[in-house]
Design a protein around this ligand. Sequence first.
Ligand SMILES: Nc1ncnc2c1ncn2[C@@H]1O[C@H](COP(=O)(O)OP(=O)(O)OP(=O)(O)O)[C@@H](O)[C@H]1O
Ligand SMILES: [Mg+2]
Length: 228
Amino acid sequence: MTAILEARGVERYLGPADNSTCILQGINLAVEPGQFLALTGASGSGKSTLLYLLGALDRPSAGELFVDGQATSALNDDQRAALRNRKLGFVFQFHFLLPEFSAEENVMIPLLQQNQLSEAKCRARAREVLDQLGLADKARRRPSQLSGGEQQRVSIARALSNRPEVVLADEPTGNLDSKNAENVFQIFQQLAAGGLTIVMVTHDVSLALRTARRVELKDGRVISDEVH
Ligand SMILES: Nc1ncnc2c1ncn2[C@@H]1O[C@H](COP(=O)(O)OP(=O)(O)OP(=O)(O)O)[C@@H](O)[C@H]1O
Ligand SMILES: [Mg+2]
């Protein structure tokens, strides 16, 4: 089976050229379509750096990355943005919702910016994903009128709005209390059961143990890769 995301011999150095630090070393990782993978490791081990490379938000210092078989480091910024818009969705620890817009508008705006669908279609799609996440009755509220868990669900709706094949999430439960963290995790489980590929960075070992695959980083290297 072709991997939907793949890193081959990836290295990442950051900092000044004459004194750069090695952040990732010799990373080989193939994520199969439909897999729910948790990326774990101590703070500073390179999880976010690897997630951004897999999601074509960053370029490697060496090695190659693939999204659905397409090598991404050779693409220019516009081509990588187009690839992300077509195939990927992102969720972060902090939701980055625009405070002056409603939940519905927050989901619509990135769709409108892609210039593919009419405003009416973008709105309809936003309502559909908010409904899927149990937020149909809160679509008109602004982020400040929603709980932390609801805000994160809006950001998941935004990530799903372009019907991605993969969702990459960086500590999506990190800012939530345990009840809301469980709720958000269950949403990811349902999405995974529906066939979505998910790569989720988490500090929470108990959540990581409930995913199908757990990859642990230490000092920029993969030190374990377990499929349950
Ligand atoms: N621009 C930069 N220049 C130099 N070093 C950097 C830069 N950005 C990140 N780093 C370093 O790279 C290492 C990996 O960072 P990364 O953010 O990927 O870790 P992480 O595993 O996501 O950590 P956390 O769990 O705290 O989010 C860290 O040691 C960090 O200090
Ligand atoms: Mg991080």
